[in-house]
Design a protein around this ligand. Structure first.
Ligand code: 5GP
Ligand code: SF4
Ligand code: MG
Length: 460
């Protein structure tokens, strides 16, 4: 999911939020929503669809205020329905809250039980709504905004990057492991205005300047007094999702002070060093495989050429909730360039193989278009484990590398050769401490313990 927040009295916060969400569209395409606060009054509009489908000028005009919170959703928990769209708006003793969540809680079964026992009227099915209820509960029991929120976060386990609007300010929060990203930006006006976004591309689009990341286990509280920071977790640690870096986040977003485009090019270079192959051309699966393919070309000397053209108006194929939709999505999306491919030995680079459905189809397409050899190179290791923290890499039985060796996968995909990047290579290319990432979908080493019954729902 994509989350966005802004505190900017005197500005058209609904429009700024709209543009922020527009830049974060790749993080979720099922539903979009914006809540604004005009004093104590909250305005909300959310619906199924893309940001550009859910909002237009007249809808935005009906969202006045000085605080904005926005969300783009891709469902990992709860069904794909309008009631599950966010922000989740709730009444508390101190006024409304509007909460936008990116990530997945893992202790929802327990949390739901506790909340239902205290007569919470859970209307939707999302873990996000449970966080909002937990905050409301603490506030209704006498806590203020900050105490109430912190008490609620301490009950949550898993991944949560949150933006929470209230009548007096907006909060940005990351879970103690900082699994999902969240950044702070500033607008240059006097006084300074603060912006929160899942990625820096959400700041760029509105002309905000990147200030810093919200830290793991940190809460920033932005009010008329400016920005205040609270470190609410006793044991914060850095476990940023490596999949954000490899694939999920936009290549023009910054993480660790460089664009992900640069990181992904380095993955490609590393891949070429680890697994070279003699061929005529190399290209990436658009868009996510392209930077790694360029890096591969640079390091190997194999010419870079586009072999596939993407229809840019089709959403990410994995985001559609059904397998049938997913498969037809792939056909709609990529078209081979026959004259580039005919008679060539090609290297096709992609960021990951999850289920293997995309890859299998692509290989077939390339051969039909005249490629004589197809070598596949993947700029991440085999995905062997499901994600419980908010990336929909499916249940373990759907993951091709969970049960098959690289040789068996190569056979199934009908490629001449197949190689994945090593786990060490993927982490080395970050230039950061390898322990500061979650890479559980490649190793099964989950940084936040998964309760047994939740594990059983996704593991073979
Ligand atoms: P698959 O192997 O599942 O057919 O698709 C892999 C390709 O789609 C890669 O290009 C990757 O960018 C993307 N992809 C497909 N499904 C998922 C998913 O569930 N999660 C993530 N992170 N990427 C996916
Ligand atoms: Fe990211 Fe994989 Fe960890 Fe999920 S399990 S948070 S996709 S690295
Ligand atoms: Mg892709």
């Amino acid at each position: 999911c994509g989350v966005f927040g802004i505190y900017a009295p005197g500005e058209d916060v609904a429009k700024l939020t709209y543009f922020g969400l527009y830049a974060l569209q790749h993080r979720g395409q099922e539903s979009a929503g914006i809540a604004t606060f005009e004093g104590t009054h909250v305005h909300l509009h959310k619906d199924m669809g893309l940001v550009s489908q859910v909002f237009n000028e007249s809808v935005l005009e009906h969202l006045p205020g000085s605080i904005g919170v926005g969300h783009t959703r891709y469902s990992t928990t709860g069904s794909s329905r309008k009631v599950n769209a966010q922000p989740a708006v709730l009444e508390t003793r101190l006024g409304s809250i509007a909460l936008a969540h990116n990530g997945n809680l893992v202790n929802t079964v327990q949390l739901r039980e506790e909340l239902l026992q205290s007569k919470c009227n859970l209307v939707t099915t999302t873990d996000s709504e449970m966080i909002a209820f937990a905050i409301a509960q603490a506030i209704d029991a006498g806590a203020d905004w900050l105490e109430g929120s912190i008490q609620a976060f301490q009950r949550c386990q898993g991944a949560f990057s949150l933006v929470i609007g209230t009548p007096i300010g907006v909060m940005g929060v990351r879970d103690p492991n900082g699994i999902r990203p969240l950044v702070i930006g500033t607008l240059p006006e006097n006084p300074i205005r603060y912006v929160l976004a899942s990625e820096t591309c959400g700041l760029d689009i509105i002309g905000a300047e990147y200030l810093r990341d919200v830290e793991p286990g940190e809460l920033v509280w932005i009010t008329e007094e400016g920005l205040a920071s609270y470190h609410w977790s006793k044991q914060p640690q850095r476990k940023l999702c490596i999949f954000e870096m490899i694939y999920f986040a936009r290549p023009d977003s910054l993480m660790h002070n460089e664009s992900l485009y640069s990181y992904r090019m380095r993955l490609g270079r590393q891949l070429a060093e680890e697994s070279p192959v003699d061929a005529d051309i190399v290209f990436g699966v658009p868009d996510s495989g392209v930077p790694a393919a360029i890096g591969f070309s640079q390091a190997s000397g194999v010419a870079y050429a586009e072999g596939l053209i993407k229809n840019r108006y089709v959403g990410r194929t994995f985001i559609q909730p059904t397998q049938t939709m997913r498969e037809s999505g792939i056909r709609m999306k990529l078209n081979p360039l026959k004259d580039v491919l005919v008679g060539k030995r090609v290297i096709i680079v992609d960021d990951s193989i999850v289920r293997g459905t995309t890859s299998r189809k692509l290989v077939k397409t390339l051969r039909e278009a005249g490629a004589v050899e197809v070598h596949m190179r993947i700029s991440s290791p085999p995905v062997t484990h499901p994600c419980f923290y908010g990336i929909d890499t499916d249940t373990q039985d759907q993951l091709i590398a969970a049960t098959k060796s690289v040789a068996e996968i190569a056979q199934q995909l009908e490629v001449d050769t197949l190689a994945y990047l090593s786990w060490e290579g993927m982490l080395k290319a970050t230039g950061e401490d390898p322990n500061s990432f979650c890479s559980a979908c490649f190793t099964g080493d989950y940084p936040v313990a998964i309760p047994e019954q939740v594990k059983r729902s996704k593991l073979i």
